[in-house]
Each structure stands twice: as C-alpha cells, then as structure tokens.
Design a binder for this molecule. Sequence first.
Ligand code: DQQ
Length: 569
Amino acid sequence: MARSCCVFLICLFFSLMLGHGVEASHVIYRTFQNLQATNPDNTYRTSYHFQPPKNWMNDPNGPMMYKGIYHLFYQYNPYGADWGNIVWAHSTSVDFVNWTPRAPAIFPDQPGDINGCWSGSTTILPGYKPAILYTGIDPQKSQVQNLAVPKNLSDPLLIEWVKSPYNPLMAPTNLNQINASSFRDPTTSWLGPDKTWRVIIGSKRHRRGLAILYRSKDFVHWVKAKHPLHSAKDTGMWECPDFFPVSSQGGLDTNTVGLGIKHVLKLSLDDTKHDYYTVGMYNLDKDRYVPDKGSVDNDTGLRYDYGKFYASKTFYDSAKKRRILWGWINESLPQPEYVKQGWSGIQAIPRSIWLDKSEKQLVQWPIMEIEKLRGNRVDMPSSVLKGGSMLEISSVTAAQADVEISFGEIELEKAELMDPSWTNPQLLCSRKATSVKGGLGPFGLKVLASKDLKEYTAVFFRIFKGHNKYVVLMCSDQSRSSLNHNTDKTTYGAFVEVDPTNEQLSLRSLIDHSIVESFGGGGKACITARVYPTLAIGNWAHLYAFNYGSGSVRISKLSAWSMKKALIN
Ligand code: DQQ
C-alpha cells in the first residue's frame, strides 16, 4: 500500500513538472517537445516511405492533387522528435514518389489556433479552389474549426495560405452542447444536390463516439445539424473521421451521392489507436449514414490495417480517377529512444482503395507509381515448399525490397479444425507464433532476417477448416524482430476473405529498413509493422520464404525487387 502511494505521488510530481495535457491522448511533455537530437541516428530511416528530414510527424492532413501536383500536409513538430508545437508541414510531388519539402502551410498565429494547428482536410470548391478546414486549439484550449485558403491560386505549389477572418467557423458552445476537448478533425466536405455543403467533425458524448454534422451554403457560415451523421455507443472519441462514396469499379468523387452508391465511414478510435471502417448507405434525405447489416461499427469491426496505421485520410485523385489512402505509422521504439534518434513517425505508402466485389469490404493496393522504384528483379521458378523447409531469396537488397509471392496447390486436407472461439485474429496469431507448427502453416516470408535467424519478422498464413469453409489467417509476428528488448513486439493478425479451394493465396511485402508493410489476399487484409533489428541491418538483412506446417504448398509465383531510393524531403 505504502509503495503504491509512493508510486502515485512520484507520477503526480512528474506530470506536474513536465507539463499538462490538453487531454489524455495528447500529453505534452514539455521537456521533450523542444529537444533537438544532438546526435541523430539515421540507421533506420526509410528509403521510399515518406518522412520529414528530422523531428516528429503524425497524421497526414489534407492530401490532394491540384493542377497536376500531389500535396501532402502533415502534423509536424518543428522543434523536436516528440509530439508538440504542432504545425501543418507541407510537401509536394509531381510523380507521387519523390517529394520536395515546402514551408509549413499553417502554423499558430491567431487566437483560433494559438495552441496548435491540428488535423483537418482539403475540399476543392467550385472554380477549382482548394480550401482547408482544420482544428485549432484556442487560448482556452478549446477545439475549434478554422478555414484557410491559398493566397495565390495560380501557384500550383500552393505555398502560402491565408486564414479566414471569420475564424473560428465552428466552435463548441453551451448551446450546442459540444465537448470542447473532443471536437476535432473535419473531413473533406461534400456538396449535396441541394447545393449545401456538409462536413463531419469527430467527437464523443461520454463513451458514445459521434460524427457531428454541420451544413453550410457558402463554406464560411456553418450550422450544426440536429443529429450526428452517425454515432455508436461505447466506442470513445472518434478522431479523424473520413466519409466517402465507393465503388468496385474505381474511385468516386467525394460529392457523388445517389441510388445504389455505397459509402464508407472510417473512424480512428482514440482508445485503441486503430482505424476502423464500415460499408453502408448514406441516406441523403435524413442526412444519416447507416452501416450495412453485418458491417460492425465498433472495435471488433474491419480495419484498414491490422498493424500500426492510424489517423488516415483519403482523397479523390481526379487525374487518375482513383481514391488514395494515406496513413500514419507510429513508432515501436519507446519515447526516450525516438527522441534521441531525432525523428519519429512515417507515412505508409499511399494506397489505392476500392470496394471489393462482395461489397462487404475494401481492397487496398500500393499506388502503381511506387513500382517505378523497382530495380534489380529476381524471379524464382514455381516449386513445392514442403513442410519444414526454407528458401533464401538472394540477390535483392533485403532491407529495401518489394516482394510478391503466391501460393497454390495447398494440401488442404492437412488443415486443422477451426475452433469457433477463435474470433480474435491478433490473439490467435500471438498464441500460434511462427515457431508453432500447424497442419497448414505457418507459410510465408521471413523478412529483415539475420543470417543466424536470431532476428526476423515473419509474415505468414495459416489455414483452418471452418464450419463450411476454409478460414485463412494472416499474421505478422514481431516477437523476434529485434534483440532490442525495448521495442514494441506485438504480433498482429487478420482474417483474409479468400477461398483457397479456387484462388491463389498472395502476399506482398514492402520492406524498408524499419518497416514491413504487407498485403494479403491481393490487398484484402493489410498489416504494417515497425521493426528495429539490431543485426538484420542494411546489407546484413536476408529474405526467406518458409513453410513450417506439415502440409506442403506450391510457390506458384515469386518475384522480388531491390527498391531504389526515392528523393524524400
Ligand atoms: N492527432 C491530431 C488530432 C487528431 C490526432 C493532433 C490523431 O487532431 O485527433 O496532432 O492522431
């Protein structure tokens, strides 16, 4: 008792000394947020995943394509590698692969954002005029919504932004009963057939997550709707909502509404730090979104990515008629280590997303532009991978690679029975780690592996025989990814909606020094891992295909590419 009292008092002392958070999810450690690393360590920096030259980065903000230029803004701390002092940093690209840094687009300089410029979105207004809605933290630390527009529309780089004299445009008041510390992250707005703009803002009331709806005729004067667009009990704060129409034929402009058009509502749950989505229908008459039957809107629902991937945002690329998803991949190092390293946070490779044929889920695939970085290619002839075997994929730069592998002729009769209580894929993957031999699986890839296999990250499948179908499990096992005991070694898992009786089972992994981004079943399940190997670094990293199950599988396709370095900031 005396000991726990003492621990409590020490914690209290430090929290008072170090600063005070705006709220639990945004704790401000004043000692770290202005700390430039004296000796930055670039060992684990990525070669083709987006990151700033130094310091802290979190959410992608307001991505868009304007006059042939791709824009990415992001939450950035100019003074250190910890969260704080947040501005909207800005980079542009002509090819979606190489990026040039620009001056911060939005930074605190008026009462409506003097304590921070938090996440938000861009909307292209009629006349081809981009506009940013973002959350500002005001002098009372209340969250309010502000507008900024380009100073010079003829500059395709959109370097300078001016803030609206009407800011804040949306603010919590007693009358509208909004929780002032849970009111943030406006979405891209959409224009209804009634010529009225709509936007949603993430919020919560007690434990009920809310997508608060506002409407406007002129994009400046906004009125809160009586009902949220959607809400769900016991989900906590909804950060960075995203709401957009989808089709299995390609991307749709955010303003597309109409008969038979499905919508997706994505929520970043502050409680679990994962991005969840449902597929459903948008009822324009009632301005309500209703998830389809079976599309679950709580933390057991579908996720964009079952690993590290948060606060994501999509935009419609009108040039290529596709919807693109950006997402933030946070650290697996503990805070003192990333502060010392001098940088923190990466963006996932942008992904094209579309509705699966089943209309029950999304499919994601890395943008095709990234294939321009594919260098030396290695193809392996089709071969049977017997249970208990491993095959080295050599002649590629294993720490900077793109690998595609497909499995066929799977000995399905060897599948173990699926226990109906195995409903949580992450738990199942951590119970059945790489070393646990199964009937069918684990089979897949060992990446960022040291020669002696003291370190590796395994991305693999297991197949079980379910009640009336086979169940495919995809795992990303980080338990052996690093000899550094301080790194997060969570093992991630997802079920993949693939029928192995008549489909090949494919896996693609983008490996980039400290990141492994994997796409199972052609992009039906994605898992991103952040890993910090101590042995499998640079030229010391190896890549293997393996099968530790008792049943054999055939590698029907295996291509791997050394990836070239992109020019990033
Ligand atoms: N990050 C931003 C917030 C958002 C959170 C602050 C999500 O606007 O809710 O940096 O990571």
